[in-house]
Each structure stands twice: as structure tokens, then as C-alpha cells.
Design a protein around this ligand. Sequence first.
Ligand code: HBI
Ligand code: FE
Length: 267
Amino acid sequence: MLTETIIQAKNADWTIPQNWDRFSREEHRVWDLLFARQSAALQGKAVSDFFQGLDVLRLSKPGIPDFDELNERLFARTGWTVVSVPGLVPDEIFFEHLSKRRFPAGNFIRAADSLDYIEQPDVFHDVFGHVPLLALPAVADFMQAMGAEGLAALQAGALHRLARLYWYSVEFGLVLEDGALRIYGAGLLSSLGESRFALESPVPSRAPFVLDTVLRTRYRSDAYQQAYFVIEGFETLLELLGTADLTDRYPALAGEADLEPARAGRR
Ligand code: HBI
Ligand code: FE
């Protein structure tokens, strides 16, 4: 089994078999706990499209989703599938998957005694956080575009810019829905503490999503965010990725100073 995993990890695209049967009862219990806790916590906080998409995760068995079953449903909705990977994969591999409508998900789950802390994206973050919205056509399309832009940014030596765009939208984005602030970023959807903090704390700034500002704003991956950027709807991101020609922006931005998140929208 171990040898099989090691050999499989050498697939050029870093995918490995999920081996769903290998998860223990304890691991399935952690998923169920997190799922119940987080779906309740997000009431009135997450964008309504998230709850619409959440039923793709309600499968015939409880516990960590079996990707074969999950993929039948997800693929039928938007042509996306989830693939198993051992953990973080190289940027190029990651964006290559996205550009082909495949979302890489960590093939492990956090321990029962550290429900609120992960060092690397696990199957709960990846599947609960990212997959429900991938069942939405607008998100399905902009995530694929994000993959293509990621590959282009790598070519242009500007990955850090695209990473900021990804971070402040896909991972930590906020959206206005009927005038109310809601969460759509997966890093928020999958975090009990930060889902509250992002909407309720007086500490962080919440600025309108302006492309050049986002591309210039640094972020931290080891603490709650000091800045969140607010879109008016998913069409905004789709249009932005469809028309902005990001690669053209990179040389122009090279002369501009980076912005600190604590000051975003406060100038
Ligand atoms: N790998 N498994 C995994 N998950 C990610 O979110 C991920 C990755 N590799 C690279 C990467 N993200 C970053 O380059 C982007 O977040 C910008
Ligand atoms: Fe993520």
C-alpha cells in the first residue's frame, strides 16, 4: 500500500488514488463534526450560492466524500472534478489542474484534537471550502480562467500578483448580496474563527475590489487577514478574468510600490 502510494505520487500531475476505504472511522467522524459545525456557523454569513452548492456534498455515505460519487454529481453540474493529491503541489501543477477543470484536494484530514488548525490545505478545506461554489457555472468558469492566468503569470514571472488575486478572491473574498456582506472565499468558509472575524471584527479593512489595488496588496498566510476585498457578484470576477488581460498589467505594476493590507482602502 505504502509503495503503491509512493509510486502513484510520481504521476506527472501529482494525483494519487483517493483510496476512500483507507480512512478510519475517526477520520470520517472529524469530517462529520466539521461539516455540521461549519454549516451551522455559516448561516447568515455565507453567500446563498454556497448553500445551493452544498448539496453536491450530501452523498449516500456520511464522512469524507468518496470522490467517485462526488465527481458524478459535480461533473454533471459544471464539468469539474476533484482529484486527490498528497498535499501542496507545485504552482504549475496546481494551475494546470484548474485550467482543466480539476480541483486538487489533499488526501488527508486534520486531527480530532486540532480542528481549528491546519498547516496545509486538507480535504475539509479543499472540498467543503471550494467544491460547493464550483457547482455554480460562474465560479466554475472563473476558476478555470484563474488556472490559465496562473500559468500565464508563471511565464511572465509575476506569480506573486496572480497569487494575490487568488488569495483575495477565491480564498478570502467577500461579496455584497442584497446589500449585505457575505463570505465566499474558501479560507473563510472552512474556518470557524475567521468566518466570524471577517464579517464582524472592527480590525480588518473591507475595501471595494479594485484590480490594481488587489494586485499590489501583500497578504499573510499565517494570521487572520488585515484586509478583505468586496465584489458585487461573481460576474465581476468572470469579466475581470475575461477582459482585463492581466499579463498586460504586470509590467506597468512593476514600477508601483506594494501596498500593506492594514491600509487597504484607507487612503
Ligand atoms: N496546492 N494542493 C494545493 N492547494 C493549493 O491551494 C495550492 C497548491 N499549490 C500552489 C498554490 N495553491 C498557490 O500557488 C496558489 O494558492 C496561488
Ligand atoms: Fe484553498
